[in-house]
Design a protein around this ligand. Sequence first.
Ligand code: IMP
Ligand code: MG
Length: 180
Amino acid sequence: MNKQVKVRDRVFEVSLSEEKIKERVAQVAAQISNDLRDEHPLFLAVLNGSFVFAADLLRGVDIPCEITFVRMSSYAGTTSTGKVKELIGLKEDIKGRTVVVVEDIIDSGLTMKDLLATLHEKGPKEVRIASLLVKPGNLKVDLYIPYCCFNIPNDFIVGYGLDYDGEGRNLKDIYTVVEP
Ligand code: IMP
Ligand code: MG
């Protein structure tokens, strides 16, 4: 049986190990470095969930780059609210720049769609998406995700930056909820 952990009222079991995550994140970082070598990209990490992924990804990137942190309005519980989310905290001028959005997870894709719409109004050269996880089965919008580390099933997960009601972000592995 996979290692289990209790977060608040629910039991989760390991679905992606720390080692597997590290290995894959390094591959994607190498791919980004290769693709954007002359672009001096600005990484836009979407808080809170992406803080662990962003830290590992950026240390794997070996080209000149910058990172900044933004936030979209919140997500509560285990399902999407469906409301339009707003971008908070972007101070950098992205006009003419290559931007790489760094997300923890793309579920319905609605958060990313709102974010992309806001960014495109600011006249960037290009916006690319890097997401640690994607749930293809839940996607409600058409998104091109060139830098996806893992496609996962629709189950709720925690760990490696992702939370369940605020908890579990500090877990080193990624865990999937065990249905009772
Ligand atoms: P979307 O707008 O449906 O793509 O939702 C994206 C956001 O929902 C992510 O940035 C997470 O904060 C949250 N989210 C979606 N699925 C999960 C999950 O399985 N665990 C933790 N957070 C999730
Ligand atoms: Mg997020």
